[in-house]
Design a protein around this ligand. Structure first.
Ligand code: UFG
Length: 337
C-alpha cells in the first residue's frame, strides 16, 4: 500500500519512512523543508538502497494532495508535518494555528473527497500537562494546554474526534508521543535541530562534540529523587515502528469509521541527570560539562507513559533502551562533525 508521509524529511518522519519500507509499505514523502533538510532524503536512500518518491511542497495544498492521492494511489496518510517549537508558538500563535490545524483540516477534507481511509496523526504527551497520577494512561484527563503548540495538538485531536463522530468514512489513530530521541543505527539519518537545540539530547550531543560549552540543567530542585525533571525517552526507531503497527491496525479494522488514541512511550521515566550519566557511560568521554540552572517556564515535573494500551492494542512494545538511544544519537552527532 502507498502511504503519504507528510513531513517525511523530518526527524520522526524520516525514520518512519525507513520502517514503512522495511514492513513492505511504499511511502511517498511530502515536505517543504521548513524544519528539515534534503540530506534526510539522501540518508533514507543510503539506508534503503533506493530513493522514495518526494514532493517538495506544503501539505496544506488541496490541489496537490488530490493530484498525489490519484497519481500515487495513496491508501493511507501519516501526518507529521507541523511546527513544534513551544517558545515560538507563544510568540507567533497564528502561524502555529494556521500551519498545524489548517493542514490537518485540508488533509481530512481531501481524504474524505478522494476516499483515502487511513490516517495517523502525531499527537504528544503534552496534552496531559502535569498529570495528577503517574504513569499516564490514555484515560488521564487532558489538561488545559500550556502552550499554543500544545493546544494545536489538543485541538487537532478534537478535530479528529468530531470528524469521526459525525460519521465520516475515515479510520484514524492519534499517537501521543513521549520524548523521541536517538537516530537510525546506521547514522545515515537523525535529528537536525536548527540553531541552538531546545531539546535535551541534541544539546547533550552537541556539548559532547564541543559545539556548546556546557549544558544547563533546567532546575535541580524539583520534587523528584535527584531534583531534576523526569521524562519517558523513546528511541525514534521504536516510535517509527509504532506508526507501522498503528497503520496495520487501521488496515485490519473492519469498521469504516474509527478513532482511537495511544500513548507511545517506554513506560520508563528517567531524570535529566540520569540521561547525562547514561550518556557519560556510553560515550566513554570525561563527564559531560553541565551546570544546574533555573527552571524552564512551562516544564512539567514528571511524565511517563502507561504503555499497556499500546502494547495490547497495537502489539507494539519499545525494544530499545535509553543507552541504545543515546549511543545512536552520539554516533549520529559524530557524523555531523
Ligand atoms: N532540559 C534541560 N536542558 C536543556 C534542554 C532540556 O535540562 O538544555 C530538560 C528539560 O527541562 C526537561 C527535559 O530536559 O526536563 C526534556 O526536555 P526537552 O526539551 O528535550 O523535551 P520536553 O519534555 O520539554 O518536550 C516534550 C515534547 C515536546 C513538547 C513539550 C511540551 O517532546 O514535543 O514536551 O512541553 F512540546
Amino acid at each position: 500500500m502507498h502511504i503519504l508521509v507528510t513531513g517525511g524529511a523530518g526527524f520522526i518522519g524520516s525514520h518512519t519512512v525507513v520502517a514503512l519500507v522495511e514492513a513492505g509499505f511504499k511511502p511517498v514523502i511530502i515536505d517543504n523543508f521548513s524544519n528539515s533538510e534534503p540530506r534526510a532524503l539522501e540518508g533514507i536512500e543510503k539506508i534503503l538502497g533506493h530513493s522514495v518518491p518526494f514532493y517538495q511542497a506544503n501539505c496544506d495544498d488541496a490541489d496537490l494532495l488530490r493530484e498525489i492521492f490519484e497519481k500515487e494511489q495513496i491508501g493511507g496518510v501519516i501526518h507529521f508535518a507541523a511546527y513544534k517549537a513551544v517558545g515560538e508558538s507563544m510568540a507567533e500563535p497564528l502561524k502555529y494555528y494556521r500551519n498545524n490545524l489548517g493542514s490537518l483540516i485540508t488533509l481530512l477534507e481531501v481524504m474524505v473527497e478522494k476516499g483515502v481511509p487511513n490516517l495517523i496523526f502525531s499527537s504528544s504527551c503534552t496534552v496531559y500537562g502535569q498529570p495528577d497520577q503517574l504513569p499516564v494512561t490514555e484515560d488521564t484527563p487532558v489538561k488545559p494546554a500550556e502552550s499554543v503548540y500544545g493546544n494545536t495538538k489538543q485541538v487537532g485531536e478534537e478535530i479528529l474526534r468530531d470528524t469521526i463522530g459525525s460519521g465520516n468514512p475515515l479510520k484514524i489513530i492519534g499517537l501521543r508521543y513521549f520524548n523521541p530521541i536517538g537516530a537510525h543505527p546506521s547514522a545515515h539519518i537523525g535529528e537536525l535541530p536548527l540553531g541552538v537545540p531546545n531539546n535535551l539530547v541534541p544539546f547533550v550531543t552537541q556539548t559532547a562534540a564541543g559545539m556548546r560549552k556546557s549544558l544547563t540543567v533546567f532546575g535541580g530542585d524539583y520534587p523528584t529523587p535527584d531534583g531534576t525533571c523526569i521524562r519517558d525517552y523513546i528511541h525514534v526507531m521504536d516510535l517509527a515502528e509504532a506508526h507501522v503497527a498503528a497503520l496495520q491496525k487501521l488496515i485490519d479494522t473492519p469498521q469504516s469509521n474509527y478513532y482511537d488514541v495511544f500513548n507511545v512511550g517506554t513506560g520508563q521515566g528517567n531524570s535529566v541527570l540520569e540521561v547525562i550519566q547514561t550518556f557519560d557511560k556510553i560515550s566513554g568521554q570525561e563527564g559531560l560539562p553541565y551546570v544546574i540552572g533555573a527552571r524552564r517556564a512551562g516544564d512539567v515535573v514528571a511524565v511517563y507513559a502507561d504503555a499497556t494500551k499500546v502494547n495490547a492494542g497495537l502489539g507494539w512494545t519499545a525494544k530499545r533502551n535509553l543507552e541504545d538511544a543515546l549511543r545512536d544519537a552520539w554516533k549520529w552527532q559524530k557524523t555531523l562533525g
